[in-house]
Write a protein that binds this ligand. Structure first.
Ligand code: NI
Length: 391
């Protein structure tokens, strides 16, 4: 595979004016393994040319390790939805992750049959999509669709393409498996279309939330700014990758909006900024309530010693606390102290009062692991501080 290819957003997309998500790429696979048809290609053929205001570009991929992903990575699109066929499944199953593994039971269409190989040697064990397939599937089941999130994209060309495109693209990527039964292609196409509609609406809300928070913090320079929120969001998603039971949609918005009503920055009551944003983008009241509950369980000063009740709250709290320690935590402590007229010595005292305690307050195992290396770095910093100041 040539390096340097990645699916890029279209050059004309303008995030500032909200003109994102204009064109999406949907792919399916050619027949393979001696079968005359591939259900994913039937489903692709039945999908409309426009979904939720996005024009749809369709593409059929060769069932060949590496080559399928290479064909996708040469395209420009605002999001990519990869369709594949899964024999033995009876429902449409959007995938949550791809593994860094090639292990083929049968040869691909060029006769390659890798056994227990890495796709990217040295690459992460898994790629996780940022689309909340579990949350979307739950909503769709309440609408009567037969759909379930899957945590196993296999180890053949489907998984290979999802992993490579996911790792190398700069736009959202999701893989959706359809049952092999072509007799129900029309029903599966309806399900895939609804899933894509909801995924596009998620992506639009995420972009809007990022814009909203960025504007809220436009003037802030004391370590609680937009950059902090973005790091907390990324860390929270990373922790959620290791917590399959977490509702990733609640984690995403809880992390992005967790400081939108911070009492140090805004004089709002009852999560007013958060509720205003969620209402303005049509979030249902139950979801909005769950997000506010997550945000209210995160604060250090309001919740001393208390662990958030929900897993989503625990994840966002961990991510927020991780951003207070390590190299980033050190930089933020002095930035905050400087802005509020504290001496460096005052800021050093804050390490002992709060920051060195955070390691033992983490809720999730992924956060505990991240915290231990960040904690060790702060200890090294304090040792050096003491050495230099005692002289
Ligand atoms: Ni925060």
């Amino acid at each position: 595979m040539k390096s340097g290819h990645c699916v890029r957003p279209r050059r004309s997309s303008n995030t500032v004016r909200g003109e994102i998500m204009k064109e999406i790429l949907i792919t399916a696979f050619e027949p393979f393994g001696g079968s005359p048809r591939n259900a994913s290609a039937e489903v692709l053929r039945l999908l409309p040319d426009e979904i939720s205001g996005c024009s749809v570009r369709k593409m059929l991929l060769p069932v060949v390790f590496g080559k399928a992903a290479e064909a996708v990575l040469q395209q420009e699109a605002d999001a990519v939805f990869l369709l594949g066929e899964a024999g033995g499944r009876t429902a449409v199953t959007p995938e949550r992750a791809a593994r860094n593994l090639r292990d083929a039971r049968i040869p691909d269409n060029e006769g390659n049959q890798p056994k227990n190989e890495k796709i990217l040697p040295g690459g992460p064990a898994e790629f996780h999509t940022r689309i909340s397939a579990g949350h979307i599937a739950a909503q769709m089941r309440s609408e009567g669709y037969s759909v379930a999130e899957s945590a196993d994209a296999g180890s053949f060309v489907c998984n290979d393409t999802f992993y490579l495109v996911g790792m190398k693209s700069r736009v959202p990527v999701e893989f959706i498996h359809c049952p092999a039964d072509t007799g129900h292609a029309k029903e599966y196409a309806g399900t895939v279309r609804r899933f894509i509609e909801l995924a596009l609406s998620e992506i639009r809300v995420l972009h809007a939330a990022m814009e909203y928070v960025r504007r809220l913090y436009a003037e802030n320079s004391d370590g609680h700014g937009w950059d902090h929120t973005l790091r907390v969001y990324r860390t929270a998603m990373r922790i959620a990758d290791a917590e399959p039971a977490a509702d990733r949609w609640i984690v995403s918005l809880g992390a992005l909006l967790h400081d939108a009503d911070d009492h140090k920055l805004f004089r709002t009551e009852s999560n007013a900024n958060t509720r205003y944003f969620l209402e303005s983008c049509g979030t249902d009241p139950d979801t909005a309530e769950r997000i506010c509950r997550v945000i209210n369980s995160v604060s250090f000063s309001k919740n001393k010693g208390k662990h958030p009740e929900t897993l989503e709250g625990q994840i966002v709290q961990d991510a927020d606390r991780l951003d207070a320690i390590g190299a980033v935590g050190i930089a933020r402590t002095f930035a905050y102290g400087g802005k509020h007229g504290r001496t460096p010595e005052d800021s050093i005292a804050h390490f002992h009062k709060k920051l060195l305690l955070l390691k033992d307050l983490m809720n999730t195992s992924a956060a505990k692991e991240l915290a231990s290396s960040r904690h060790a770095f702060m200890e090294r910093f304090l040792e050096e501080w003491n050495r230099e100041t005692e002289e």
